[in-house]
Design a protein around this ligand. Structure first.
Ligand SMILES: *[C@@H]1O[C@H](CO)[C@@H](O)[C@H](O)[C@H]1NC(C)=O
Ligand SMILES: *[C@@H]1O[C@H](CO)[C@@H](O)[C@H](O)[C@H]1NC(C)=O
Ligand SMILES: *[C@@H]1O[C@H](CO)[C@@H](O)[C@H](O)[C@H]1NC(C)=O
Ligand SMILES: *[C@@H]1O[C@H](CO)[C@@H](O)[C@H](O)[C@H]1NC(C)=O
Ligand SMILES: *[C@@H]1O[C@H](CO)[C@@H](O)[C@H](O)[C@H]1NC(C)=O
Ligand SMILES: *[C@@H]1O[C@H](CO)[C@@H](O)[C@H](O)[C@H]1NC(C)=O
Ligand SMILES: *[C@@H]1O[C@H](CO)[C@@H](O)[C@H](O)[C@H]1NC(C)=O
Ligand SMILES: *[C@@H]1O[C@H](CO)[C@@H](O)[C@H](O)[C@H]1NC(C)=O
Ligand SMILES: [Zn+2]
Length: 516
């Protein structure tokens, strides 16, 4: 539903005309109401029509939300203002969080393939499979590999391989050891400010966690089960569809055989199909093939050709192309302009979903990524964190309807912002800029599905102004801005609407409004 824009602008114009030129009097309550309504109207979801039931649920939601925010103001203990590692428990006690978990959230559009599923499964199940070996790096990290004893080859910068089954038999406290493995696979720590004193330091640990996780997930049997379990985790968090960024690194078999990218795409497709067979009210999954932004031009060119071929061969599963890795430390998009222009020059379709503007460093060359992403015809912008500093890019993304994928917890943990009330998306929400909420790497941050990020967006970024229609708009946006086909979107909206109605009933049933 699009807002009748001209009327809104006319109203604003009339109001200021009145205020400045003609009616120079004291402001009346009616003037004030007009301004407040205008602001609310522009806010994400502010112009959506509501049903009777939605009004009822909104009433409930506003009450418990207001109570929680007021409590936070009074005590100074407010989850979005705290580091997520400390806020997590508090969030889990929140009735607002409980409602958000129940809510059908639509699609998760910004996620990475090695950080989808809570690490418990990797440690408690994957590392307990037969033939799992571990080695220890000099900086206190770990890597894994599954193979037959005879085929072991020592890894560079890692100790000799040790069979985990044997290792666990030798050590005194297996629980403690397993906990240490979980710490290796996440960034979670008691005192993050002390442990991670700069973005470079945390990105190093972040990459190490990815390397450890990928060494497990790249084993063919783990690869498939991991993805199935990940879909289950999102499904149970009431997410109907996900798009994942994937490097499509070689997956290995026990005998050392390496599988190619085609195999990985087909595996994602098969697992998703299996999952959908088991859970018909799930919409599916798509893959955004991604390469590291530290690649050189030759590698990028190869990747683009591979991406075009995969997109052509697997239109159902492939969504497009992106680049990943620490943005400040990688090449800017413009560095690859020749390679990234190949599809357009050849007249071949390859949608882009560029990460851009995941930086605090205004004016450095990677800071231009956000504008270049739009120049290069990106379909969405991953993060777009710095967009408020780029007026032209902001106007363009609004005009071209290019949504930002806002990942609050990721931005906080990776040290772009500490208090999520100050997240730049607060300003973007106030003007209804196209956006979706996602989780980036929930497993590495200790989150699960999308609910934690939705909570931060709803409570911290949106503040008291965000209402039920904000949540509804964000969920609808996630379907609308996904790479699903037009027909699939119609189906997805239908499915979502059914779940939404059930959700509304459940909330009404759960909260007796007389008690509030
Ligand atoms: C979906 O996006 C289109 C433009 O891409 C927009 O016109 C429409 O209003 C959107 N629908 C919803 C429900 O947000
Ligand atoms: C993981 O391991 C636990 C304990 O052995 C088991 O109960 C559970 O079913 C396993 N989960 C999966 C998905 O294999
Ligand atoms: C091994 O470690 C050294 C020293 O830290 C580093 O220079 C080198 O790049 C590493 N090699 C690999 C393959 O990671
Ligand atoms: C093993 O470690 C866990 C976690 O650190 C701890 O709770 C438990 O008491 C330890 N068990 C023994 C027998 O030391
Ligand atoms: C990773 O695991 C190893 C082996 O248990 C441990 O020595 C190390 O402290 C762990 N790393 C982190 C960050 O906890
Ligand atoms: C990828 O591997 C499959 C077998 O899994 C093979 O049929 C196919 O030709 C390979 N593709 C490429 C591009 O090498
Ligand atoms: C790009 O990187 C590859 C290694 O991945 C290397 O073989 C090649 O020489 C590099 N090309 C240029 C132009 O630097
Ligand atoms: C821009 O991207 C859209 C969506 O992928 C595509 O339909 C269009 O052809 C692209 N335009 C150019 C010039 O590449
Ligand atoms: Zn990302």
């Amino acid at each position: 539903m699009k807002a009748p824009r001209f009327r809104k602008e006319a109203a604003v114009f009339f109001f200021f005309f009145c205020l400045l030129a003609v009616c120079q009097t004291f402001p009346t309550p009616a003037d004030r109401d007009t301004l407040m309504i205008l602001e609310q109207f522009q806010f994400t979801g502010g112009n959506l029509l509501t049903t009777e039931k939605e009004l009822q649920v909104n009433y409930i939601l506003k009450k418990i939300k207001g109570k929680e925010i007021m409590e936070g103001m009074k005590t100074g203990k407010f989850a979005p203002a705290m580091h997520f590692f400390r806020a997590k428990e508090l969030i889990e006690q929140s009735p607002v969080f409980n409602i958000i978990q129940m809510m059908p959230k639509g699609a998760g559009l910004h996620l990475h393939e090695y950080a989808l599923l809570s690490v418990d499964w990797l440690v408690k199940n994957a590392t307990y499979l037969p033939n799992c070996y571990i080695c220890f790096t000099p900086v206190g990290g770990v890597r894994f590999h599954y193979f037959h004893r005879m085929q072991q080859r020592k890894m560079v910068n890692c100790s000799e391989w040790v069979l985990l089954e044997q290792y666990r038999r030798q050590i005194q406290n297996v629980t403690e050891f397993d906990n240490s493995l979980m710490r290796n696979l996440t960034l979670i720590t008691e005192n993050p400010e002390e442990a991670y004193q700069s973005q470079n330091i945390i990105w190093q640990r972040f990459s190490d966690a990815f390397a450890a996780a990928s060494s497990l997930i790249s084993y063919a049997p783990v690869f498939k089960t991991y993805f199935y379990e990940a879909l289950k985790e999102f499904y149970h968090d009431n997410v109907q569809y996900i798009e994942i960024r994937a490097l499509l690194l070689p997956v290995y078999e026990l005998d050392g055989t390496l599988q190619n990218k085609t195999w990985s795409i087909m595996a994602y497709h098969e697992v998703a199909r299996q999952f959908k067979d088991d859970h018909p009210d799930f919409m599916g999954t798509k893959v955004i093939f991604s390469v590291h932004r530290k690649s050189n031009n030759t590698e990028m060119k190869t990747a683009i050709y591979e991406a075009m071929e995969l997109y052509n061969k697997f239109p159902e599963t492939m969504a497009g192309f992106d680049m990943v890795g620490h943005e400040d430390a990688g090449h800017p998009l413009w560095y690859f302009r020749n390679e990234l222009s190949i599809p357009a020059k050849l007249g071949v379709k390859l949608p882009y979903f560029f990460h851009a503007g995941e930086t605090d460093w205004e004016g450095v060359h990677v800071d231009e990524n956000i504008l270049d992403a739009l120049l290069l015809n990106t379909s969405r912008i991953g993060h777009g964190y710095s967009i408020n500093k780029h007026l032209v890019a902001k106007q363009l993304s609004q005009k071209l309807d290019v949504a930002l994928e806002v990942c609050p917890i990721s931005n906080q943990v990776l040290m772009l912002v500490s208090n999520l009330q100050n997240h730049p998306a607060a300003a973007l929400m106030a003007e209804g800029h196209p956006m979706v909420i996602s989780a980036d790497d929930p497993a590495v941050f200790g989150a699960r599905g999308l609910s934690y990020d939705f909570y931060e967006a709803f409570m911290g970024i949106g503040g008291l102004k965000a209402e039920l229609t904000t949540l509804r708009q964000l969920a609808l946006n996630s379907i609308n801005y996904s790479a699903m086909s037009a027909q699939m979107k119609v189906e997805a909206i239908k499915l979502w609407q059914k779940k939404w109605d059930q959700f509304l009933d459940a909330v009404v049933h759960m909260f007796n409004s007389d008690e509030l």
